[in-house]
Ligand binder design. Sequence first.
Ligand code: 13P
Ligand code: SF4
Length: 353
Amino acid sequence: MTQRIDIPTVAVKLPPPAVPATLSQTERTDLFARIKRLLKAQDAVLVAHYYVDEDLQKLAEETGGCVADSLEMARFGNAHPARTLVVAGVRFMGETAKILNPEKRVLMPTLDAECSLDLGCPVEPFTAFCDAHPDRRVVVYSNTSVGVKARADWVVTSSIAVKLIKHLKERGEKILWAPDKHLGTYLQRLTDADMLLWNASCVVHDEFKGHALAALKRQHPDAAVIAHPESPTAVLELADVIGSTSQLIHAAKSLPNQKLIVATDRGIFYKMQQAAPGKILLEAPSAGEGATCESCAHCPWMAMNALDNLASTLETGANEIHIDEPARVKALRATQRMLDFARDLSEQKTLGD
Ligand code: 13P
Ligand code: SF4
């Protein structure tokens, strides 16, 4: 019963490919040492997503920060006592940290790191869409702006989206979902909830191709396919496991297969290989027939985070996230609801529910 209305697709312009500075081993070691000193001196902790450069993930690991999915990044930043959170990821991740922690300074290596889902759901048409459907609960993916979160009843990430939609369906709620049409379709098919979907997609996952994946599976019949739910239905239909980035890493470790075909950003391979040493990880195809390969399995905005802009952000205090207080307070309502729901879920799990 997936329903769509005529929402014009918002054209999203990709940034030019990030060209990482070529660093000698000495320069790299110096930058590592400089960033470590700065983090300590400024009572700062590094909160990184799995898709950012491997060096940033290593730095987060070596300095007591975290490398995580977007829910865990929010929870970690919220619970950590540091006065400054340095978020290596895309802007909605930094904004979520600020929404939850107004008293903390939140810095990012760059403020230009957008997300096609966020860009594909501008506040004004989204608000009009919600206003046209006052009988529906507004559930938005975390990959959205502060203004969109402020209009929502619930914020959710991919790690708990299935559980939340099931919960709302059990309460008899009709849902308005934004912005990811693939994730929305997946949730609707799985739960049979009454959902009206916005029309945006992730430039990375949208490019995975079902027919090319089927061909790769035939070449590797012993491989399991693990996929992020931002991927198109044709890809998800071939997947053995569908989940958030953290859930995919967990699956890579726990599945018996020695070979895995991975349909998500290839930045995840660093942590996935650590979790599942010795296993063979293959990229799901994003090229082939009908492909534009605009992103080629790597998010162009995540790629803007680098050692040099991280060091200079810490040195200058540039790229701080600021949010107007009234908008923050409004966005906090739905964001805090997500954290409370996630906490209740993990308490139920602990009690063996
Ligand atoms: P996760 O919450 O699964 O890390 O997803 C965030 C994201 O942007 C994936 O493209
Ligand atoms: Fe957004 Fe896709 Fe990049 Fe994730 S990978 S941040 S959904 S554009």
